[in-house]
Write a protein that binds this ligand. Structure first.
Ligand SMILES: [Fe+2]
Length: 258
């Protein structure tokens, strides 16, 4: 199974793509059962005992997720995943309003409350040492698998700012990616955030350089998702050069836009 040309073009333009039903429901159910079993033992965060087990990693390695993403990176260019991040977004208290200051957009120009991964948190920076305020570029793409219904906005949605990967590439070309030493720069983006809704088994692919966050969960249910940070086989060699050359690891996308 491969991404279609129009899906690849959409990914290029927007920086993300939703693919409905990419993971079979039976595997979604098994993963959710494994997570709930851990919750029953008192685990609420990290899920270290199951994150590297097949019930989680198979969601990426043994479903169409792998082939879909590989078709964007190029045959043989995608690493298998040795673990997935089990991410539960617990509801806020009853009566919490369905708004989120970090998603507020005053504009134009629009500013974001989102971030890129791999940047030391501001509190680390303020507190501390040079090592604590570092940054890295250690994955190629998000592959987010929803394990339950995310029916509306403000339900803990994976949230992206469309086209922000292009914006960040321009910023890094102009100022250097070293600006990340000062944490996430304040940038202007062309569009407000998209809170992605979905059903169990839906997949969201996103470029690593898309500004993103998780919306608050002002809904009744826990949001269950597994987030894979997928890597190109040459990620070590490419390193931080990709901050200013964001399609280097995407042969399948480059072939469509050439
Ligand atoms: Fe993040």
């Amino acid at each position: 199974m491969e991404l279609t040309k129009s899906q690849k073009m959409e990914f290029y333009r927007e920086g993300f793509l939703k693919i409905e039903g990419a993971v079979p429901r039976v595997m979604v159910a098994a993963a959710r059962q494994a997570i709930n079993a851990e919750i029953g033992k008192g685990t609420r965060h990290a899920f270290a005992d199951i994150r590297a087990m097949p019930v989680i990693t198979d969601l990426f390695n043994e479903t169409p997720v792998f082939a879909l993403l590989e078709s964007a990176l190029g045959k043989g260019n995608l690493q298998c995943q040795s673990n997935g991040a089990v991410k539960l977004n617990y509801p806020a208290g009853v009566g919490t309003p369905q708004r989120d200051p970090q998603l507020a957009t005053a504009g134009p120009p629009l500013r974001t409350g989102g971030h890129l991964d791999g940047i030391a948190k501001a509190r680390d920076f303020l507190r501390g040492t040079a090592e604590e305020s570092g940054y890295s570029r250690d994955f190629t793409a998000f592959a987010v698998v929803y394990l339950d219904d995310v029916p509306a906005s403000y339900c803990g949605n994976f949230t992206v700012w469309p086209k922000s990967h292009h914006v960040m590439e321009d910023v890094f070309r102009e100022k250097g990616h070293e600006i990340l030493l000062n944490y996430m720069p304040d940038v202007s983006v062309p569009e407000g955030p998209v809170q992605l809704t979905g059903e169990p088994g839906d997949l969201i692919l996103a470029h690593h350089q898309v500004i993103h966050t998780a919306a608050i969960n002002a809904c009744p249910d826990i949001r269950y998702a597994v987030i894979f940070r997928a890597r190109h086989v040459d990620i070590g060699k490419n390193g931080m050069d990709v901050f200013t050359d964001i399609w280097r690891e995407w042969d399948g996308i480059r072939a469509e836009i050439a």
